[in-house]
Ligand binder design. Structure first.
Ligand code: SF4
Length: 683
């Protein structure tokens, strides 16, 4: 909860490599070619391999596809490519039994493997439930036996939205259901002495995904004979920055928790583009544990055995935790208002960005402020609500007055930051919010605190600048100040920390505030000095998105070297990914695989172009009807592949137009959205 420790798992063989245990966290991907097309699949595997992909999964819809894995594998080996292959199985036990002759690992979906769907809403009686479970057992055991015989490992990969009718009847479409579905299969494996398994718990909803993995770890580690590895991924994450942000948030939150042994970033793009994103996400954690030896091998520096120290403790029963790891509840905070905008309480988190130019460069500051502020651009523009300018000396105070004169009414959305307490005191009468930086090792003047009251114009944010990671100092100092000022009756206060390890620092802060019953709003801040766009995007998403997914945070402020537009978009993508502030259409699109028979990337772009302004609407764009309708789970509308260049359209879970031409499908989708009263014209 408060410092990084990797959960030590059983090492599982994956052909030429191992996974879990002391191995680095692996990065994998999946082909989107037809598995019967040997040349195209081999070519895509080669490109993935050259990009560094460590494990490649291929879809296996039929026995014929399974048989063709032999040709693909043999050609790759002839080309000197020994990357482990994984067969992805849904439904077909026959395809699974054949496929495992040619691969290192097989992924089965417990939601549809050997499950007979009931196709009715009536609940399962206890007898029916047990009979169905017996049937699963009978069908599954031959696969497990054959996997053992061939030395093939197995991923029990549950997806939110594709659970069996039986599981849904008892647990609903919930993290509990996902976990139980996986555990049923794991129990069968252990009963017959097969232990080469790993798990995944994917969802396109980042919060559900995070909670499901955590719940699985708690239950599986308590019940099963081994600590099994985890494959992490956010499914149907979409494309572009949105897809990268959602993946980084979901996967990164769990990696921060110490969970995860292999990851797949799924993007609706060329799968080769998933690989650098995956490596950018795992880098921090692999760097933490490993140093490169002479032979390029990665010896382990430090892994803590989790079973003895962690998993016997029931996290949900520990009241002092800063949040519930298994279900979402936003941290309660005192609502405040500045510049007439509500912050804290139940209000959506506001976005603040920092003007980079110094006030002495007056023209640049003005231009930046105009570019950053939504109130100046237009009410609906994706821009920040507040722009922060840095005040370093008394001359800056005059320049600030000049700036206000030029900005007119928009001056209210300027906030000021400083590390000088006497400047802060003067700024409290000028702007809507003042951020006073408390630099570690430097004392905050007593006089400043004593002179604070509620008569000032501005709200005050106390921000602890903390260089050393992993300590409880910022939390203790800020909680002490908050308590002192509460006694003094000062109400318009916010708190924040700037540090590399925002996740752990803010968790400690919330824990300390909870302990003292302090409910001041928190500004989640993160500073990235990286000039690499992807690195900055990923670190920001992990370090701040993780907190919002766990209900922590009332404002978001990123300090990056990204362009203004990129930085502001990133902030809104993070809040949307955590589903706490919806500012645009939510697209849930799968990466496509061998089951896709239309140009998914092109279709996604076309749907986005026409519907990106429908704020709050969720649109699923899925490659196939086999898994698409289930896995787009909570989408309002669905555009789903139904066959070669054919599309079916969905309203919620109901298929309303079947098998229409791909050529007309986007137009028909727009008509459908209009018919259901969800369309608004683009301004
Ligand atoms: S929903 Fe997409 S990724 Fe999943 S099986 Fe269908 S085509 Fe493949």
């Amino acid at each position: 909860m408060y410092q990084y420790r990797r959960r030590l798992t059983r090492e599982v063989a994956f052909g030429s490599i191992d996974l879990g245990g002391y191995q680095p966290i692996r990065v994998e991907s999946m082909t989107n070619t037809h598995t019967m097309d040997t040349a195209a699949t081999v070519e895509q595997c080669r490109r993935l391999y050259e990009a560094g992909c460590e494990i490649i999964r291929l879809t296996v819809p039929t026995e014929k596809d399974a048989e063709n894995l032999r040709n693909i594998r043999d050609q790759l080996r002839r080309d000197g490519i020994d990357v482990p292959l994984v067969a992805d199985i849904h439904f077909s036990a026959r395809a699974a039994l054949k496929a495992l002759e040619f691969v290192a690992n097989i992924r089965i979906n417990p939601g549809n493997y050997a499950s007979r769907q009931k196709f009715s809403n009536s609940d399962y009686s206890e007898d029916e439930y047990l009979q169905e479970l017996d049937h699963v057992r009978l069908e599954f055991i031959p696969l497990v036996e054959k996997a053992r015989q061939y030395g093939v490992s197995m991923r029990i990969g549950t997806n939110h939205g594709s659970l069996s009718d039986r599981i849904v009847s008892r647990y609903g479409n919930s993290p509990e259901g996902m976990v139980e579905a996986a555990l049923e299969f794991a129990r069968i494996c252990e009963d017959i002495g097969y232990y080469d398994i790993l798990f995944s718990m994917k969802s396109s909803n980042v919060r559900v995904m995070i909670q499901s993995y955590r719940l699985l770890v708690q239950k599986a580690d308590a019940e099963l004979n081994n600590i099994y590895p985890l494959h992490l991924g956010v499914t149907e994450a979409g494309d572009g920055d949105e897809g990268r942000v959602k993946s980084a948030m979901g996967i990164g939150t769990l990696l921060e928790d110490g969970l995860g042994d292999t990851i797949r970033v799924s993007l609706t793009e060329d799968p080769v583009r998933e690989v650098p994103v995956g490596f950018a996400i795992v880098k921090k954690y692999n760097d933490f544990h490993f140093v490169k030896g002479d032979n390029g091998h990665l010896p382990l520096k430090h892994v803590v055995e989790s079973r003895n120290k962690q998993s016997s403790r029931n996290l949900s029963q520990n009241d002092s935790l800063p949040f519930n790891p298994f279900s979402y509840k936003r941290r309660g905070s005192l609502p405040l208002s500045f510049a007439d905008l509500p912050v804290g309480g139940d209000n959506v988190p506001k976005v603040e960005t920092e003007v980079h130019a110094p006030l002495s460069d007056y023209e640049s500051v003005f231009e930046e402020v105009v570019e950053r502020l939504a109130p100046i651009k237009s009410q609906d523009a994706i821009r920040s609500e507040f722009a922060s300018v840095r005040v370093t000396n008394s001359a800056d105070l005059n320049l600030l007055d000049d700036l206000f004169g030029k900005l007119g009414a928009a001056r209210r959305f300027i906030v000021a930051s400083t590390s000088d307490a006497s400047l802060a005191m003067q700024l409290l009468d000028k702007v809507s919010k003042v951020r006073l930086d408390i630099v570690e090792g430097e004392k905050l003047e007593k006089e400043f605190l004593q002179n604070l009251d509620n008569d000032r114009v501005a709200a005050l944010e106390l921000c602890f600048i903390h260089k050393h990671t992993g300590s409880s100092v910022p939390a203790e100092i800020l909680a002490h100040l908050a308590e002192k000022l509460r006694k003094q009756g000062v109400k318009r206060l916010l708190f924040s920390i700037i540090t590399d390890d925002a996740v752990f620092a803010y968790r400690r802060l919330v824990q300390e505030f909870n302990r003292r019953f302090l409910d001041n709003p928190l500004v989640v801040r993160f500073k990235s000095d990286s000039s690499d766009r992807l690195e900055s995007l990923i670190a920001s998403s992990v370090q701040t998105g993780s907190l919002f997914c766990d209900g922590i945070g009332d404002m978001l402020a990123l300090h990056t070297r990204l362009s203004i537009v990129d930085e502001v978009n990133l902030a809104f993508n993070i809040l949307q990914g955590a589903r706490i502030r919806i500012s645009k259409t939510e697209f849930i699109s799968c990466p496509g695989c061998g089951r896709t028979y239309f140009d998914l990337e092109k279709a996604t772009a076309a749907v986005k172009e026409r519907t990106a302004h429908l704020k709050g609407l969720k649109i699923g764009i899925m490659g196939c009807i086999v898994n698409g309708p289930g896995e787009m789970a909570d989408a309002d509308f669905g555009y789903v592949g139904a066959g070669k260049n054919r599309i079916s359209l969905y309203f919620g879970r109901e298929c309303v137009e079947e098998n229409i031409s791909e050529h007309d499908a986007v137009d028909r989708l727009i008509v459908l959205i209009k018919e259901r009263g969800k369309w608004v014209e683009q301004i």
